[in-house]
Design a protein around this ligand. Sequence first.
Ligand code: TRP
Length: 347
Amino acid sequence: MGKVILTGDRPTGKLHLGHYIGSLRRRVELQEAGGYDRMFVFMADVQALTDNADNPQKIRENITNVALDYLSAGLSPDKCTLFIQSQIPELSELTTYLMNLISVARVQRNPTVKTEIGMRGFGGNIPLGFFCYPVSQAADITLFKATTVPAGEDQEPMLEVTRELVRRFNQTYAEVLVEPEIMLPENQTARRLPGTDGKEKMSKSLGNCIYLCDPADVVWQKVKSMYTDPAHLNVSDPGHVEGNAVFTYLDAFSTQEDFANHWPEYQNLDELKEHYRRGGLGDMKCKKFLNTIINNMLEPIRQRRAELEKDIPEIYNILRKGSEKAREVGAQTMDEVRHAMLIDYFH
Ligand code: TRP
């Protein structure tokens, strides 16, 4: 059994640097490294609708935004199947059958779902579709027999549910589905990039994001006003790098080469941090350096995006072809599922 990589995002907003460092960059690396049989990246619009039922326009718009983000960041339709969840009806079918193999109490124990229910303030009115989304997510993964799911820590409970459902299905009917593993981001900064305001997470609702599609001057405005060390008032004061968003971003994005190319007074980030701690190094210099690094990283992405934006119908062509391909794979699994469940009456 070969390696099948699958992952996706809810199309509820444009992607930002947190997404890039936490997942998108890794996906492009995985895509380029090869060594897998298939790779799928999809937009989970069905899942996004579970708590946006009254706002389909928002999901629709963000399909375009996220597709542009994917392609401009380097995902390639030649190497990886890009598709839209709602266009694969087999996913709903598999979800229905998986729902028989899990209890309400088991879904209720899912910590990510619990947190989300709290955050959304559903109170006693949790939409049933939202409540069931972990089962739908298990279908997303198993319909394609994914072995490897690159995702954040918050997705671990979904993978646990998925593995349980696979075991349950295979024991009850026949060995058809495959148990997946999560592939977590390599390091702590990649797991959770703070916002430009220093708050624990970059997030659209907190308004502290740098978006992949931000133009260079917007990035500079955002970097210039970034949270640093509130006790570092004068250049000569000693400063803290812990909890200082500029240094967290430098941890995430800077390389030795960036120092050689743009700030040769320092060999590396450790030397820069050392100077900042000692005092005598101003925030503005560090912000200029960070701005250069971020804009150099985003520039090729922006250029590709400008090209892609000229032909939006072609983007939809890519998504349509990807969805057709995904459907073929899904239909094959559903044949096996129906056979195992003895509902293949007309064969
Ligand atoms: N729940 C994921 C998120 O909120 C999106 C998602 C849906 C997903 N189905 C998936 C991720 C399957 C990985 C695998 O970002």
